[in-house]
Design a protein around this ligand. Structure first.
Ligand SMILES: [Mg+2]
Length: 326
């Protein structure tokens, strides 16, 4: 993309040349007209739709977050929501607000890593960039709208938890908060550090979401704002209380308990299943750990050595949590 001369027209042409092409997808007409034309799925499927955004100085800092990682993260935010519903990705829209500094090479890296990530995450799939919007802006903003398909009536929802269901989490927690802490500690970011990599380049767990839906789990949510916040949302939607066994929460190597309980941007899946449902310890490439159960009541409770204490939602704020001593 030619730096200073980059115009809206040249950016759109670059995107059309580089975005993954899927001739057999649900997108009958993509970028280039006033609207995209989408083929509706068959009666056997429903569509799920989500939107997410990244805003400069709110979700990332220009000096510490590489352009390519940011493109991948914006994609992950949208697709992780599809994974949480057990859906397969179908198409997406992308809208960008671009300050002068974000044009040219920066934008090319942002889009290239996003498109490479689509190819890697959905190699035989259907995900197509169907359109979007570009605008000049004072700060960088990126918005993604992602749509997926799921068998009719089978989408995983937060409200599906029942009394006695076990609570599970995939992977290990706290790595993203630890990575951000290291990223903001100053100096040159070591992108080979697993925690920094986890913060910069999260992976949406699409295969796991589908596998959980097929396995018959009862409720699910993706961990975008932290275990305390997101488990609170699932418990509230299910009309129940969540009890977490503190010692069972899997810690990312080097992460603190506080980072695991409250750190955001993990993009792991948190879900519940009837106690009688046998789940493997590993599914679709992810470790699965039981961390507690649902019971009558409300809120989230942390259980440790027989004592129970309310687990307050920490109210996720990247930059505050990274700068705090926890
Ligand atoms: Mg979500």
């Amino acid at each position: 993309m030619a730096g200073a001369k980059t115009t809206e027209e040249s950016i759109i042409q670059w995107i059309q040349r580089h975005a993954p092409q899927r001739p057999e997808s649900s997108v009958r007409l993509g970028i280039g007209d006033d609207c995209a034309i989408i083929r509706p799925p068959s009666e056997a499927f429903e569509m799920v739709v989500t939107t997410d955004q990244v805003i400069e100085n709110k979700h990332f800092l220009r000096d510490s977050h590489p352009a390519g990682a940011l493109g991948r993260k914006l994609l992950a935010r949208g697709l992780s929501d599809l994974a949480a519903m057990g859906a397969a990705p179908a198409w997406m829209l992308l809208s960008l607000g671009l300050p002068d500094w974000a044009r040219g090479d920066w934008l090319e890296q942002f889009l290239s890593e996003m498109f490479d990530s689509i190819r890697a995450l959905d190699p035989g799939g259907e995900l197509v960039l169907a359109g979007g919007d570009l605008s000049a802006a004072e700060r960088f903003t990126g918005h993604i709208t992602a749509c997926g398909t799921v068998p009719r009536g089978r989408a995983l929802q937060r409200a599906g938890g029942r009394i006695g269901d076990r609570i599970y989490v995939s992977g290990a927690l706290g790595g993203s908060a630890l990575g951000l802490q290291r990223l903001l500690a100053g100096g040159v970011a070591d992108e080979t550090d697993p925690a920094v990599d986890r913060h910069l380049r999260p992976t949406p767990l699409l295969a796991l979401g589908s596998a959980l839906r097929e396995a018959g789990v009862s409720a699910a949510i993706d961990l975008s704002d932290g275990l305390s916040s997101d488990l609170g949302r699932l418990a509230k939607a299910s009309g129940l209380q969540a009890v977490v066994d503190a010692g069972d929460v899997p810690l990312f190597p080097g992460a603190s308990r506080q980072q695991a309980l409250h750190g955001g941007e993990e993009y792991e899946l948190l879900f519940t299943a009837p106690a009688g449902l046998a789940l493997p310890e590993r599914l679709a490439g992810s470790d699965i750990r039981p961390i507690g159960e649902l019971r009558a009541g409300e809120g989230v409770v942390l259980r440790e050595q027989g004592r129970e204490t309310p687990l307050a939602e920490a109210g996720f704020d990247h930059f505050r949590s990274a700068n705090s001593s926890s």
